[in-house]
Design a binder for this molecule. Structure first.
Ligand SMILES: [Zn+2]
Length: 132
């Protein structure tokens, strides 16, 4: 599929559904930033929209405002590798997330953060994520 043919979520969904989708992204990591583990307050486009990144679950990760703002339009891997809080497990989780393997991403994030608890309702939503 050519990038210009892609349908943007914002175009499809009314605002309430967009809000639900954003909430579901934050729920995956229990509202913690995928990069540093602090509370996530925003959604980061791993591949920036300015570089053709889509507003899809695969390309959108929970991030704190500090990481989101600091990363800006930089390449996510390059930016993250320079951070003091860099953690290889989180980098792998990010890669798994981009490949659409959310169960693997969650396991890696749990490994990186012992306080991370898997929400029971995640299992219920799993088929939905797989279909996306
Ligand atoms: Zn962060």
């Amino acid at each position: 599929m050519h990038i210009n043919d892609a349908v943007f979520l914002e175009d499809l969904c009314p605002k309430s559904r967009l809000r639900q989708w954003r909430k579901s992204i934050h729920r995956i990591t229990e509202k913690s930033c995928i990069y540093c583990g602090k509370p996530s307050e925003s959604i980061d486009h791993v591949i920036p929209r300015s570089q053709g990144g889509l507003s899809t679950t695969k390309n959108c990760v929970p991030a704190c405002l500090s990481c989101n703002g600091d990363k800006s339009d930089e390449n996510a891997w390059y930016w993250y590798s320079k951070q003091k809080f860099f953690d290889a497990r989180r980098a792998w989780a990010l890669r798994a997330w981009l490949e659409g393997d959310l169960p693997l991403a969650i396991r890696l994030l749990q490994w990186a953060n012992p306080n991370f608890k898997l929400k029971e309702n995640y299992k219920k939503d799993e088929s939905e994520y797989r279909a996306a």
